[in-house]
Ligand binder design. Structure first.
Ligand SMILES: [Zn+2]
Length: 74
């Protein structure tokens, strides 16, 4: 399943306790300074986040967010 890193950090723009391979490419997010919409892994709420903002659900405070699929490719 998911791979967790203990310690470390400082290399990425976001520090997340859970790292999943696949579409959660942080690099793709970092490339654009626009708002990126994530989906809360807990309450499934849409969470728009700007660059530099901490990944955290504004509804329930869950810290595991999944990047939503967009209709258009950048
Ligand atoms: Zn939530």
């Amino acid at each position: 399943m998911s791979q967790q890193y203990n310690g470390g950090g400082g290399s990425g723009a976001y520090s997340s306790t859970q790292t999943t391979a696949g579409e959660q490419a942080a690099a793709a997010v970092d490339a654009t300074a626009r708002t990126v919409h994530y989906k809360c892994g807990d309450c499934d709420m849409d969470v728009p986040l700007k660059r530099g903002e901490p990944i955290r659900c504004r509804n329930c405070g869950h810290r595991v967010l999944y990047k939503q699929r967009t209709n258009r490719y950048v």
